[in-house]
Ligand binder design. Structure first.
Ligand SMILES: Cc1ncc(COP(=O)(O)O)c(C=O)c1O
Length: 613
């Protein structure tokens, strides 16, 4: 039996029951997670082949890059979350229920949001919105939800936002306006009076419990969002004076995405429950029903389960749910307060696994080898080091000097690190070249979190995993930007094991996994590259990896992306080109080229990959 090299990429670590490598050496998706039966795994390479032979609704060919969405995985994630809370509630004697929401900001795509509402119907699963457009999406999608499903209205709000949220209540939706700041209450009072609609409100607590790392930087006492406990009590007193305390029904908190450990989950829930109990016992908010624990349920991008970086969490859904249920139960029982309905706004953990980005390799070119000897490299390092010494005296010269000194240290430190690595390669005789794999990709559009916050996603070839990948590659995109290169991978490596390109194997594809959360909404339009094609794939009856492509949509064409820059494509582009081309008597040649350019996606099309040398 051929050796399976999938483990080079730690599939078992981060795959979390949804991914594997099959006997043909192809990446496959397990559509029903742990409940996937043998023979139900969907071969990703076969999906790509079928997608490329599929035409879109408007009769166009699917172009790269492509996102493959697996709605079955979305459904399984949602079911697993509900099962985790059900079991934690049943096992602990908790006397209320779980009723969650999907934060629309995590993936606003129509199919994703509609699927979430549909899959969560029996659990009264709802939606969370953080802006007016998200609220409009949520209002329309929740018309199909179980009555009573929450519509949590978060984010900073103006009168229009609040009026819209109130109108959602008038439509019979369970909209809850969560106050980020005390001032928002005045707008709620005013709009409620004007429209004659009674609001239900929540308050967002700013907790002292913090998470470390990037995602915790806006939380804590000095955080950007919510109100400290004392301010929340003032809001309750203000409502009491107006005889409107019954409006207040929910307490919300969100300590940040990717909470690394269950200890922090527990501490945050316990601290928030303390505030909840004080609202009920000390301030008479007897209509309080719900504790909304926000997002933060993390996923293990690097598959280490260590929880010691922004890429990893040290728990699964069961432990997360049980930490919240225990913390809230104990605090409520201590204070003699009835158990609240537990809500979470888990986003990343719901959406990440269900979609993968498929990148097509265009060419693989070895990086030029370094010419310097070990002695020359050492002398460069010593030179950089000695240049830093005299600056230490300047550190006492005030803030500006401190900052410029820190900047210098950073710059020289990075340079010295790079030289040190080259030196270590020279000394150990590691002369394996690094190959730059040019991929049909814009990092800024497809994996913006890699560029913006150095988020790492698991990446691996889709096929040939029975064959040892013999080259070490970086992934270079086709933008004209030096940041458009992926040279950091999960596990800390600066290269990814890849295969030599060989046309006899057909195209070579690399999958970016766990990428279903945030990436599409954060995407930017650098060089006017646009979003990917989207292909939705469902498991079909009959086993043997049977699947069905339920929809295939091309990403935005050049015409569409140009128009987002305020051009009227007809007036400002096509007719201007036409006029000049006609004047030069070349319109017959220019016209089809221009039309093709405008109506296709901006990425490279039908590129013939040369064989790796
Ligand atoms: C208020 C709020 N709720 C929910 C979420 C979703 O968080 P996550 O994707 O970590 O579950 C966020 C994202 O940061 C948020 O700001």
């Amino acid at each position: 039996m051929a050796k399976n090299h999938g483990e080079l990429y730690n599939v078992l670590g981060w795959g979390d029951a949804y991914f594997a490598v099959n006997a043909e050496g192809h990446l496959c998706a397990k559509p029903h997670g742990l409940k996937t039966m043998p023979g139900q795994e969907i071969d990703v390479h076969s999906v790509i082949m079928k997608a490329l032979a599929t035409t879109t609704n408007d009769n166009k060919k699917v172009q790269f890059p492509v996102i493959l969405r697996f709605p079955d995985v979305l459904e399984d994630r949602l079911n697993t979350l509900h099962a985790a809370f059900r079991s934690a509630i049943d096992n602990s004697g908790y006397k209320s229920r779980y009723q969650g929401v999907f934060p629309v900001k995590v993936n606003q795509n129509k199919a994703v949001v509609q699927d979430m509402v549909n899959f969560g119907y029996s659990e009264s699963y709802g939606l969370e919105a953080g802006s007016k457009p998200e609220l409009l999406i949520a209002m329309s999608c929740l018309t199909k939800a179980q009555p009573g499903a929450y519509l949590i209205c978060n984010g900073y709000k103006d009168a229009d936002y609040i009026a819209l949220a109130l109108s959602a209540r008038a439509m019979g939706l369970n909209a809850i306006i969560v106050l980020e700041m005390e001032e928002e209450l005045d707008i709620v009072i005013e709009q409620s009076k004007m429209l004659g609609i009674e609001p239900v409100i929540g308050v967002r607590a700013k907790l002292l419990t913090k998470i470390p790392g990037h995602f915790g930087s806006t939380a804590g006492k000095d955080g950007k969002f919510g109100m400290l406990a004392e301010k929340i009590y003032e809001v309750a007193e203000k409502l009491k004076k107006m005889d409107k305390l019954h409006w207040l029904q929910l307490l919300h908190f969100h300590v940040g995405s990717m909470i690394p450990t269950t200890e922090i989950v527990y501490n945050a829930a316990s601290e928030a429950t303390g505030i909840y109990c004080n609202l009920v016992n000390e301030h008479g908010a007897k209509q309080m029903t719900t504790l909304d624990c926000g997002g933060g349920l993390g996923i293990d991008y690097d598959g280490t389960r260590s929880g010691n970086s922004d890429m990893s969490v040290a728990y699964g859904m069961e432990q997360y749910a049980s930490s919240i249920v225990q913390a809230v139960r104990l605090k409520c029982e201590y204070n003699g307060v009835p158990h609240p309905v537990l809500c979470t706004e888990s986003g990343r953990a719901m959406a990440s696994h269900h979609s993968m980005i498929i990148l097509e390799a265009l060419s693989a070119i070895p990086e030029p080898q370094d010419e310097d000897t070990a002695e020359q490299l050492l002398s460069k390092i010593q030179d950089l080091h000695s240049r830093q010494q005299p600056r230490t005296a300047a550190v006492n010269g005030g803030d500006a000097d401190m900052c410029s000194h820190a900047e210098d240290l950073k710059k020289h430190g990075i340079e010295m690190y790079k030289l040190g690595k080259k030196l270590s390669k020279r000394v150990t005789g590691d002369t394996q070249p690094i190959y730059n794999y040019h991929m049909n990709l814009s990092i800024f559009t497809l994996v913006p979190d890699f560029w913006g916050i150095k988020q790492l996603f698991p990446m691996m070839p889709v096929s040939r995993l029975n064959e040892k990948p013999t080259l070490m590659g970086t992934l270079v995109d086709i933008t004209c930007d030096s940041d458009g290169k992926i040279e950091k991978f999960i596990g800390g490596g600066e290269t990814l094991p890849l295969h030599p390109l060989d046309p006899k194997h057909g195209g070579y594809y690399v999958a970016v996994l766990l990428s279903g959360a945030y990436q599409e909404a954060l995407a930017c339009k650098h060089n006017l590259f646009s979003g990917p094609s989207i292909v939705r794939v469902k498991a079909a009856k009959g086993g043997n990896g049977a699947f069905e492509i339920v929809s295939a949509d091309l990403g935005p064409t050049s015409e569409e992306i140009i128009s987002t820059m305020r051009y009227d494509v007809m007036k400002d582009i096509s007719s201007v080109i036409e006029e000049r081309a006609k004047k030069n008597d070349v319109w017959a040649m220019v016209e089809p080229l221009m039309t093709n350019g405008l109506t296709t996606m901006p990425y490279l099309n039908e590129y013939k990959a040369p064989k790796t040398t």
